[in-house]
Design a protein around this ligand. Structure first.
Ligand code: ADP
Ligand code: MG
Length: 704
């Protein structure tokens, strides 16, 4: 029924077929009542083999791809008779069989008894069914191929399609909607249970786009576009609690390509996008969207001044963030931090702001009293005391307190930056240790370790110069941090401050926001940062934001229990690209992500179905939102392909066009794809190599 108007002209029916103009139809009745060749057990599905594993498909899936067929109509008719009457008839039939005691009648009796039992026990329903397939082929085409295909496909399931469908016209006409009572009760209706009838119905469905304002386009497995709400939150049916995501796949499997496609569409839906990348995978897209591309280099580091905040912005989270930052600089990302160190840094940060916002005017009476007690107790522990010495102790302590107080008063904070924090904290750390008789902190070492970020140090700009405030109005930002990937000290710190920029953005902006962290997140995946990550993930939910990490190895995430908990448990959206063949590995992934058997079957079919014909090159991705999961195709036109590709030669070829034509990304891509098409080369890489070899814009002429 490809044409809107269907006319049945030149209608001609014979024993074998029904012809209409340039079409020929054959009606295949599924069940041959004469031999009742249905299997004794029937399931709603059957297994096919994909990628060496079984994959369940609908029992009737074979009717999807009948060779030569132009149109296929599957008529599924279920009659619901009066149950009482049917049961009485069944009883009668049983008695009839029982009256002639020979083996085959005995078997029939047993059969009927079993059915009666099931009906009684499980209150099943008796139904009459009729199923037939009307297959239309062009008039000059042989129907034998269709017949063979159907006989084979159904034969495999133990169903023999009817050989005596000589009543073609009758079947055809009775299949019209509303006409089913014309089906002969004698030979075209088959008595069975409701469940069995349901198994024979066609249960595959065509995926439809979701009812959501946030439409992200993929294709279904046949290449038909479908839109889904990737966050799982904004559609009519809420699938997730949080929209944080987690994308996993081996190198080259298409993670970045897929993310490019997703963030482009999110951006088009008015989302603010921030990406931290380590492989220039978002360069093309950033240029196309006119976003801000910030590459980290030694000469031009990413700067920010996380200390510079207003009184109103000072809260527990901010203090926590700064505490983590200082600990990260002081102790590195891998070391274990003691409770004492946590506490001291927290106190220094609190005191630092207190000194800046209020100034220190002296201990209050309560502080003084506590201090006196602590210091006296410490002195006393030092040795035995004579009466005279005891008398002078009070004075000695008072003098000490005065000294400490003077030192602290002298500690002023004039402005907020890492530089002033450095000065304040070195002195304050010593004072805190003295006030509290703490001896195990090495404050010289502290000063030495954090020095690189102080005036004159190697990284003195990073934490002292205000962040470029235009970043807050940018809607698409890529931080490219490949240059410091190997720098164990700097990498985590830079990643952390970028995340903080995002956090600030999260609070400031009312729109949807998304942060994508490619491999860089590993830098902060330490126990020290776990709390911070967890906090960020949870906060994202409240501020209409999503945070996603993209990674090759699940091991990176599960390596640390805390990180695993922070990231996996707080990501309701999981994206998996084709997984490596190592079964053992996959079992691990399965367990960690809590994938079901059905999920796994779907995952094994990624890129493996025979669905490539007539489509451009694509890859598939498995997406689970909450408990809903499906495999989708990422099938992009050439222009998008050239924007997303991470293939070096391809990127270079496009850059060549851009440089020579001195034009926008859009125009260069158009020119490039025009030449690509005209070259007649199907694949992307060989064409890119041709461009690179020529070293210039090809400007190909249209082939005549
Ligand atoms: N959906 C897709 N359609 C077409 N090509 C793709 C697709 N996904 C990946 N590719 C190809 O594979 C290459 C590598 O993909 P990429 O996303 O960089 O892998 P990963 O980030 O997983 O290492 C891309 O440059 C592109 O050529
Ligand atoms: Mg990548």
């Amino acid at each position: 029924f490809k044409e809107r108007i269907v006319s049945m002209t030149n209608f001609k029916a014979d024993d074998e077929t029904v012809s209409m103009g340039d079409k020929r139809c054959k009606v295949y009745s599924l069940v041959d009542v004469d031999c009742a060749a249905l299997p004794s057990l029937i399931r709603p599905y059957t297994n096919i083999e994909v990628n060496n594993t079984d994959m369940p498909v609908d029992l009737l899936a074979a009717i999807d791809n009948i060779p030569n067929a132009e149109t296929v109509v599957y008529n599924q008719i279920v009659f619901l008779p009066n149950q009482k009457r049917e049961l009485a008839l069944l009883d009668k039939k049983k008695n009839r069989h029982a009256s002639i005691p020979n083996p085959s009648n005995q078997m029939a009796v047993e059969d009927i008894k079993r059915v009666q039992e099931v009906i009684a026990r499980e209150s099943k329903q008796l139904v009459y069914t009729h199923f037939n397939l009307i297959v239309a082929v062009p008039a000059d085409t042989d129907l034998q191929k269709c017949t063979n295909h159907l006989e084979n496909a159904f034969g495999r399931m133990g169903i023999h399609i009817s050989k005596r469908a000589y009543n073609q016209l009758e079947l055809f006409v009775n299949s019209f909607p509303g006409n089913c009572y014309g089906m002969s009760a004698e030979y075209d209706r088959f008595l069975t249970l409701g469940d069995a009838a349901a198994c024979l119905m066609y249960k595959e469905k065509i995926q439809h786009s979701e009812d959501t304002p946030l439409k992200i386009y993929y294709t279904d497995r046949q290449g038909v576009p479908v839109a889904i709400d990737i966050t799982g939150k904004e559609g009519k049916h809420k699938l997730t609690d949080n929209s944080n995501f987690f994308c996993l796949g081996p190198s080259g499997s298409g993670k970045s390509f897929h993310m490019n496609s997703v963030v482009r569409q999110l951006h088009e839906h008015g989302t603010d996008v921030v990406i931290v990348d380590t492989g220039n995978s978002y360069e093309g897209l950033c240029e196309y969207l006119g976003g801000k591309y910030i590459s980290y280099t030694e000469e031009k580091p990413i700067t920010m001044n996380p200390f510079n905040i207003t009184k109103a912005e000072l809260n527990i989270e901010k203090i926590d963030f700064l505490k983590n930052l200082i600990l990260l600089i002081w102790k590195g990302s891998d070391s274990k931090i003691s409770e004492l160190e946590f506490r001291i840094i927290e106190q220094i940060v609190t005191d630092y702001y207190d000194a800046y916002f209020h100034g220190f005017k002296g201990y209050d009476p309560l502080q003084r009293e506590t201090l006196r007690k602590t210091l006296t107790a410490a002195e006393k522990r030092k040795g035995t005391w004579s009466v005279e010495e005891m008398a002078t102790l009070g004075k000695k302590i008072d003098a000490k307190i005065k000294l400490l107080e003077e030192r602290r008063k002298a500690l002023a904070v004039a402005s907020l930056s890492f530089n002033t924090f450095y000065e304040y904290s070195c002195e304050r750390l010593e004072l805190i240790c003295l006030e509290n008789n703490i001896t195990e902190i090495d404050y010289d070492k502290y000063a030495y370790m954090i020095q690189p970020f102080y005036k004159g140090g190697n990284y003195d700009k990073i934490l002292n110069e205000n962040v470029d405030t235009t970043l807050f109005s940018e809607t698409f930002i890529v931080f490219e941090v490949d240059a410091i990937k190997e720098n164990k000290k700097l990498f985590p710190i830079v990643t952390l401050i970028i995340m903080d920029v995002f956090l600030q953005k999260m609070r400031l902006k009312k729109k949807r926001k998304v942060l994508v962290i490619e491999e860089a997140w590993k830098a902060i995946a330490s126990p020290l940062m776990a709390e911070y990550i967890k906090f960020m993930y949870k906060t994202a939910r409240k501020f209409w934001a999503s945070v996603g990490v993209v990674t090759q190895e699940i091991q990176d995430i599960i390596g640390s229990e805390i990180v695993k908990e922070a990231i996996i448990n707080n990501s309701d959206v999981v994206m998996l690209l084709a997984q490596s063949k190592i079964k053992e590995r996959f079992d691990n992934i399965k367990a960690i992500l809590g994938l079901t058997e059905t999920d796994c079957k779907k995952i094994f079919t990624i890129n493996r179905l025979e669905n490539k014909e007539g489509r451009s090159f694509f890859r598939e991705v498995f997406i689970r939102r909450g408990t809903t999961s499906e495999v989708y195709g990422v099938e992009e036109p050439r222009e998008c392909y050239m924007t997303y590709t991470t293939e070096r030669a391809e990127k270079e070829a496009l850059k060549l066009y851009k440089a020579e034509l001195k034009c926008s990304h859009q125009e260069a891509t158009e020119a490039y794809c025009r030449d690509w098409k005209r070259s007649g080369i199907e694949k992307s890489l060989p064409f890119a190599q041709m461009v690179n070899k020529a070293g210039k814009v090809l400007n190909l002429k249209e082939k005549q």
